[in-house]
Write a protein that binds this ligand. Sequence first.
Ligand SMILES: Cc1ncc(COP(=O)(O)O)c(C=O)c1O
Length: 404
Amino acid sequence: MPLDTLIFDASGCGFPKPRIPHLPILPDCLNIAPGEQPAWAGAAHFRHFIRGRFALREAYRLAGIGPGSTLLAPAYHCLTMLDPALALDGEVVLYPLLHDLSPDLAALERLVAASAAPAKAVLATHFFGISQDFAKLAAWCEKHDIALVEDCSHMLLTTQFRAPGCGSHGDYVISSPYKFVPSPDGGLLYARHADMLAGLDCRQPSLKEELRGIAYALSIAKDSHQASRTCDINRLEHEFAALNEEAIPKGHHARDSCSYSTYYRPAKERLASLRVSRFIERHANTTEIAARRRHNYHRWLAGVSELPHCRPLFPELPENCIPYMFPLYLEMPDPHFYYLMRLGVPVWRWDSIAVSDCSTANDYRMHLLHLPCHQSLDQNQMDWMIAAVRKVGAGGTALNHTCP
Ligand SMILES: Cc1ncc(COP(=O)(O)O)c(C=O)c1O
């Protein structure tokens, strides 16, 4: 069933390519020499995919999502979390989240009672690498005979390593290792009981696909090296002032009733990740990755703590959490989001989401920025991003940001 979706189209805004990569790049934090880390569960518990969305597809399918059944999914989301259920012709019902992005259990209860098609699965997400306690939700799912699909896409989870608090409640657990290690692709499906995955086979990539993947990863590393040379704090003042000389066209708001988004390609279902990606996952130095990400997260916290017009969503980084991104709440996304994007700051935002009456999702949709804190960022890049956010935050609303 198509979903009513709010679309924010920034294609006319003239935003340049970000100067710094959102995700880690080769060849960072790898332990090539020492032996492989041991896996934390037997290989039969895992299947590899090219992206987490295809791991989700299999989790949903195995949980019974299809015509005449419902997936309960968080109201704040990336569309790729819903796409696989829509591709399976399932219904998607969005459940509200509290301000800390934990599920509203009372609302879930009401939604299940009101759902026309029986709920077969709940998707529960640990957003931004901040682990949630899903124990109560897991008990609730068991009581209602609903599968719990634990979304660890924002958690460091490979076959070799499981971040603390990650993946212990789901019947199925998915992750996106490429968000944490510098691999060209990678999506992982874990099932608590290996026999739940019996008969699920994936096509292995061809040699040509392997070579293309390696070339892609190296070209990203090269491009990002070149782009980040333009990150000069001394030029920020001038670049920020130059924004005033031209009108910044605003994004276009639309509403669409669509099935799965263009980010989902059914032709890529059941395609295993590249061998090189699996090699990189096996050889990732997770201790170093965790330490550098935590360090960068703390740098963000220190950099924005006194700023007006914005606040970190999670002002404390819980012990043991390995952050995926630094979520920053902007009071005035218009104009501050536009300025940051025009400066080439790497910003992600889930501004296209399915319609719900969840106040958290409706608020975070335009206000919450996802800023990188990954291990490949060097000191200059961190300094530059923080300086850019400080400049924009301190710049108020004086600049010209209207449509031409
Ligand atoms: C929380 C969450 N879950 C799942 C996905 C899908 O992951 P992937 O990009 O690996 O397909 C995303 C995508 O960004 C995500 O943010």
